[in-house]
Design a protein around this ligand. Structure first.
Ligand SMILES: [Zn+2]
Length: 317
């Protein structure tokens, strides 16, 4: 199919976006601006809207890149009033807005008080910027401390996230701690349960289950087998089901069967989307799914991912 026909098809299909589909809606699917590496923030927000996504996840840090290139990010203090106004008018044209808080080199449970404070200051700034953007949910990471176990930093970690939750609550933003760290299902779920804060819950990244090696319990050589895929999806679902009402947000990406490389186009990997979406429809999940890809061509990967999500919704009706 030629490109114009392909995109034309999307516009036509998006007319169905508001119809309820088995408890899930097409507009719940948003895209991270990180899926459009190399674009400016305004370019990526416009493109995401043009492709029919229900909103965007906006990066609130600058100067970072991933495997496909530099990532545009929002740091309000670095913008002129005119730039900030222009950005906000573009953001207001989106449906759902979420943000990704900084994580590079951050150590929320650092035992050095001054160093911990600098991490917290950075996260507070990013939460303030998320408030400016009108975000309803913000993704954050619970990074480990070098040479320390989670047991050792546990009280500090819980205290830090309660404090961040208090700050986010001022803007009515829910903080969603992304799956990856801690890297056992038991510890990850215990952390969120014990933080016990109305504004702190979880963000399940469908590609990050590869980090839960002990839970999956297979050899690397078994990854590309049916058993490997089943174990992957079983552990993914343990996190989703275990979070229950604390399931605040998702990052959607697929996983390449051969090497479990994540951030692949939806529908091209081993993630059992039908199983996941059926469950979410059944429990009435009402949050958003931010597609987070590192695949080229970047626009086509997003288009394909959205069409795939739409197809699965139709199938599970
Ligand atoms: Zn993610």
């Amino acid at each position: 199919m030629r490109r114009r026909e392909f995109l034309g098809g999307i516009t036509c299909l998006s007319g169905l976006s508001l119809a309820k589909t088995a408890g899930l809606r097409l507009d719940q699917l948003t895209s991270s601006t990180a899926s459009l590496a190399g674009m400016t923030m305004l370019e990526s927000l416009r493109k995401i809207r043009e492709l029919g996504f229900g909103g965007a996840e906006i990066i609130t840090f600058s100067g970072q890149k991933h495997s496909l290139g530099p990532l545009a990010g929002v740091v309000k203090a670095d913008m002129s009033k005119q730039e900030a106004d222009k950005l906000l008018s573009e953001v207001k044209r989106l449906g759902h807005v979420s943000t990704h808080l900084p994580f590079h080199g951050l150590r929320p449970a650092n035992q050095d008080r001054a160093a911990r404070k600098s991490t917290l200051d950075l996260l507070h700034r990013a939460i303030d910027d998320s408030g400016f953007l009108g975000a309803r949910v913000a993704t954050v990471h619970a990074a480990p401390e070098p040479n320390m176990t989670y047991e050792q930093i546990w009280p500090d970690l819980l205290a830090v996230f309660r404090e961040l939750g208090d700050h986010a609550a001022k803007y009515k933003i829910r903080l969603a701690i992304e799956t990856m760290a801690p890297n056992t299902v038991k510890q990850y779920l215990a952390m969120i349960r014990e933080i016990n804060h109305d504004f702190v819950g979880g963000c399940v990244d469908t590609g990050h289950t590869r980090w839960y090696r002990a839970d999956i319990g297979i050899e690397d050589s078994e990854r590309a087998t049916a058993r490997g895929a089943k174990r992957y999806n079983d552990i993914l679902m343990e996190k989703v089901e275990g979070l229950g009402p604390k399931l605040f947000h998702f990052h959607f990406d697929d996983v390449r069967p051969a090497d479990w490389r994540e951030h692949r186009t939806l529908g091209t990997g081993l993630v059992d989307w039908e199983r996941l979406l059926r469950h979410l429809a059944k429990v009435g999940y009402s949050g958003t799914f931010a597609v987070e890809l590192e695949e080229t061509p970047v626009v086509e990967a997003l288009v394909k991912s959205r069409l795939f999500y739409q197809k699965v919704l139709r199938e599970i009706m």
